[in-house]
Design a binder for this molecule. Structure first.
Ligand SMILES: CC(=O)[C@@H](O)[C@H](O)C[C@H](N)C(=O)O
Ligand SMILES: O=CC(=O)COP(=O)(O)O
Length: 266
């Protein structure tokens, strides 16, 4: 049992009954002001009305988050890189636990590319972040990807290694890529006692998005930290509603799409 009341209270602010529907919008550093992030205010309003438990941004956008998040949770991401810089895998620190607390966050998150040239530095930084966050009972979401030369980013064994690393250094929740099917992702989930959530990757059809979420939950995962599939949707509130139906109400794919008013043929 978790006896850290502060940690439990903050985890409850970014989840519902242990299930997580987080929408990360840290891509403004990675990709720039892409669709859905220019008017981030209305995107955040829509996805939090649609059932997101928490949104995630870098600290600088905090003033645009709070007035629009409808009382939901807030996570501050503390490292980044751009897709036009020398190496996107080389994420550098952009903030601290103290920065996150100053701007009203309930949790912090950090991206590590396990298998990249930058893994040693990122692992040390993540371990230090976990120690500092523990001083304040602040949860750490580790975005632990298998990325680097010669690495298959969806290989279940590599993903299992990545999620286990996150537990070993002290994270509270771990996000990784989906391996593509529920059976293989079950092996990733079994590799750690942490709640596991998936990234969505680049946007697919509505059905592909919801099927991925269904497979993730069938594998025993705790939810999603899904960005582009949600915030680049023409109706972020509707797609969030569909994803929420699977995560929070255990809906099947057709029911989730219908309940959200999205075509089941999509
Ligand atoms: C844009 C991507 O490929 C994403 O998977 C990012 O790497 C996710 C990440 N947190 C980021 O935006 O840096
Ligand atoms: O921070 C980024 C993520 O957590 C994943 O974003 P995606 O757009 O769903 O891959």
């Amino acid at each position: 049992m978790n006896t850290d009341v502060g940690l439990s209270a903050r985890l409850d602010r970014i989840s519902t009954d242990g299930r997580y529907l987080i929408v990360p919008m840290d891509h403004g550093i990675t990709l720039g002001p892409v669709t859905g992030l220019v008017d981030i205010e209305s995107t955040i309003d829509g996805i939090t009305r649609g059932g997101a438990d928490a949104v995630l941004t870098h600290k600088g956008t905090a003033p645009r988050v709070h007035p629009n998040k409808n009382g939901k949770g807030y996570i501050v991401h503390v490292n980044g890189s751009t897709d036009i810089g020398p190496d996107e895998n080389d994420k550098r620190l952009t903030g601290s636990v103290e920065d996150a607390l100053r701007v009203g966050a309930d949790a912090v998150s950090f991206h590590i590319n396990v298998g990249s040239d930058y893994e040693p530095d990122q692992m040390t930084q993540l371990a230090d972040l976990c120690s500092r966050a523990a001083d304040f009972s602040v949860p750490v979401l580790a975005m632990s990807y298998a990325r680097g030369p010669g690495i298959d980013e969806q290989d279940p064994e590599a993903l299992a290694h990545a999620v286990r690393l996150a537990e070993e250094v002290g994270a509270d929740v771990v996000k990784t890529a989906y391996s593509g099917d529920a059976e293989s992702f079950g092996r990733v989930v079994e590799a750690t006692r942490l709640p596991v959530v998936i990234a969505g990757g680049s946007r697919g059809t509505d059905r592909e998005t919801v099927e991925m979420v269904r497979g993730t939950m069938d594998a025993g995962a705790a939810g999603v930290s899904m960005g582009r599939s949600i915030f680049q949707h023409e109706n972020p509130e509707a797609i969030t509603r569909a994803v929420s139906a699977v995560i929070h109400d255990d809906a099947d794919v057709d029911t989730a799409l219908e309940r959200a008013g999205l075509g089941i043929e999509a």
